[in-house]
Ligand binder design. Structure first.
Ligand code: 13P
Length: 256
């Protein structure tokens, strides 16, 4: 009891100040990596000394503890968490467990979770509100499918996902939004720069509440296109899948 009070109060002191960073580069390793991979990746990764950039690595959950002990100018994030604090939920991971490991970020509502594991925006909102209680920053993912885009429904879908996935307790100090068009994930396809900037503007203008939120772009970000995407006026960083598994590519992305 006393120990958990101390841990919680330490977390309060070291809670990440999102607004102190100019850009975010979040590596989503998905279901990839093992000890050998992590050792090799971290031995070769060159993190810029410029600490206005926030670098976050999100490994599979079993490696969170290992990687947080090797932190060196980067933060560690989880890829998912349970909305339940404890109980009969076999296979789940709690916010308390993430907090015990001093995990600072948690990706929530990734399209793979929505599509393959049937997560709804309501689930995402419950999870987001729970991680915020534990002083962990949710990176809430939203994005349209190709069919929705082709039917001109992108903005409607994003509006609905924003309204239903972002909890009342979210604000620009405790929550990050990631726009990831589903059709751009792992396909090598991206929207045009103009489309990305416009969509991010739409997200920020959707509700005055979102005006100051950091909005990251994800979907086929690589060493060649990251710089021009992150330089867009309404883009505050990138959420990177495939290219974050290659230390040379990821080093280039975060250095540029
Ligand atoms: P890719 O960068 O492989 O397209 O994946 C994006 C993604 O899903 C990050 O969360």
């Amino acid at each position: 009891m006393v120990a958990s009070i101390i841990i919680l109060s330490i977390r309060e002191i070291i809670m990440i100040k999102i607004n102190s960073f100019s850009s975010f580069f979040v590596a989503n390793w998905k279901l990839n990596g093992d000890f050998k991979f992590i050792d090799q990746f971290l031995d070769n990764l060159q993190v810029p000394s410029d600490n206005s950039k926030c670098i976050v690595i999100c490994p599979t959950s079993t490696y969170l503890d290992y990687i947080r002990h090797k932190k060196n100018n980067f933060y560690v994030g989880a890829q998912n968490v349970s909305e339940h604090e404890k109980g009969a939920y076999t296979g789940e991971i709690s916010c308390n467990a993430l907090s015990d490991l001093n995990i600072d970020f948690c990706i929530l509502g990734h399209s793979e979770r929505r599509q393959l594991f049937n997560e709804t925006s309501t689930d995402v909102s419950l999870k987001s509100s729970k991680v915020i209680e534990f002083k962990i920053v949710p990176i809430v993912c939203i994005g349209e499918t190709l069919e929705e885009k082709e039917n001109g429904k992108t903005n409607n879908i994003l509006s609905q996902q924003l309204e239903d996935s972002i909890p009342v307790s979210s604000n620009s100090d405790n929550t990050i939004i990631a726009y990831e068009p589903v059709w751009a994930i792992g396909t090598g396809l991206t929207p045009t720069l103009e489309e990305i900037n416009k969509t991010h503007q739409f997200i920020k203008n959707h509700n005055t509440k979102f005006e100051n939120f950091k909005v990251l772009y994800g979907g086929s970000v690589n060493a060649n296109n990251a710089n021009e995407i992150v330089s867009l006026s309404n883009v505050d960083g990138a959420l990177i899948g495939g290219a974050s598994l290659n230390y040379d590519d990821f080093t280039k992305i975060i250095k540029d």
